[in-house]
Ligand binder design. Sequence first.
Ligand code: GTP
Ligand code: MG
Length: 132
Amino acid sequence: MEKTFIMIKPDGVERRLMGEVIRRIEKKGFNITRAELVKPSKELVEDHYAEHKEKPFFGELIEYISGKLVMAMEVEGNSAVEVMRLLIGHRDPTVALPGTIRGDFAHNLTENIIHGSDSLESAKRELNLWFK
Ligand code: GTP
Ligand code: MG
């Protein structure tokens, strides 16, 4: 059993898609083992997305999430990291397939409903960051 870090981003919460996202995770057979509604500090979000610090969209990304209500979750299941990334879909709305969360609900590169860790290593780092 693997654990991954999932966050329903501010647009997901504002658009009342929390139930829909949780339903999809649970229907897949995964367990939500921790969940918390939080308004993360700028420092936490900068730390979370540290790998993108030098990217031109970094400022916009941090503004979009900092201080807004998000749902932080620990999700557990077989190959949870990789399988959750499949359920989430591609970040580019012109590539995200219908049937995925982003493919069904997102049409914007920045505001894309949900985050999922991209490796086991990232999952460990992010879970430690968000669930201290
Ligand atoms: P996360 O699960 O949020 O980490 O998304 P990802 O792993 O699919 O993509 P990545 O880590 O490369 O990018 C992190 C987030 O930055 C994305 O989810 C988008 O919100 C945003 N982002 C990535 N690339 C771009 C871009 O080229 N332009 C803009 N405006 N935002 C971007
Ligand atoms: Mg990422």
